[in-house]
Design a protein around this ligand. Structure first.
Ligand code: SAM
Length: 250
């Protein structure tokens, strides 16, 4: 990763960004910058909106509850979102928050909730999911906010993937025990295809679901080792493996 200013706070904003743009702080942003981080007049803050790259702004405080940012200069051009789809069965809220944040930190560019036979609860709060992706993007330095797609049932979610996208199916019963070997045999690491990852719910996939997933062409069943991982742990493990063998950790 290029040299990066980890000391300056980093905020996502909705407004367009240009030299001299004034960005009024909302209450939460003002509290975060002025009280939690105790930043003051003229302190630098990095801002991005997912469209205009990253900008250095400076803080103008109006007491400890109000203030604004003044955009100074663009320091990074806008980057394309990562082309890595993460398909997951919804979990209970705290673990889902964790899963979404870690998936974004590990490089997922699209999050797709998938409803399966044993998914617990089929309602998902997309605003909360998006808030978690924004928080993770602020913290990990990416410039494009990952897409949060609406939930689909498993067959529709698989049908929505382009045929050329390699589906990495996290499967405790994968025939090859070595995940690095399974990934290297499924695709040429020198020319990796677009990728999608699928992780199941707490109750796992049903046998019929497993068969349907395995029957999809361009799908690799991946073991994550000899222990059964929680779905949120599996998220971090599979993304580390996939990014190391076929993705952007090389
Ligand atoms: N099958 C178990 C059950 O009946 O509770 C556990 C499911 S596990 C908690 C949730 C998901 O994480 C699984 O559907 C799978 O996608 C993934 N997973 C967990 N451990 C795994 C492993 N060792 N290898 C591959 N995938 C794993």
């Amino acid at each position: 990763m290029p040299a990066y200013d980890f000391k300056a706070p980093r905020l996502f904003v909705e407004a367009d960004l240009a030299p001299g743009t004034v960005l009024p702080l909302d209450r939460a942003q003002a509290n975060y910058l002025l009280n939690v981080l105790r930043r003051g007049e003229e302190d630098p803050v990095l801002v991005f909106n997912g469209r205009d790259g990253e900008w250095r702004a400076t803080l103008v405080a109006k007491g400890r509850k109000d203030g604004e940012l003044r955009c100074r200069e663009r320091i990074r051009p806008q980057a394309e979102p990562a082309d890595l789809h993460y398909l997951f069965a919804p979990l209970k809220s705290a673990r889902l928050d964790y899963l979404a944040q870690k998936a974004v930190e590990m490089g997922a560019g699209t999050l797709r909730p998938v409803l399966t036979r044993y998914t617990q609860g089929d309602r998902i709060n997309l605003d909360r999911l998006r808030a978690n992706t924004v928080e993770a993007a602020e913290q990990c330095g990416i410039l494009a906010i990952p897409r949060c797609l609406p939930p689909l049932r498993l067959p529709e979610a698989m049908a929505a993937l382009e045929p050329g996208r390699l589906l990495v199916f996290c499967d405790e019963d994968a025939p090859i025990a070595d995940p690095v070997r399974a990934l290297s045999e499924a695709a040429d690491p020198a020319r990796p295809p677009p990728l999608a990852i699928l992780v199941g719910p707490e109750g796992g996939f049903s046998e019929e679901e497993r068969e349907a997933i395995r029957a999809r062409p361009n799908t690799v069943a991946l073991s994550l080792g000899p222990r059964i991982l929680r779905a949120d742990t599996a998220a971090v493990a599979v993304l580390a493996l996939v990014q190391s063998v076929l993705g952007d950790c090389r």
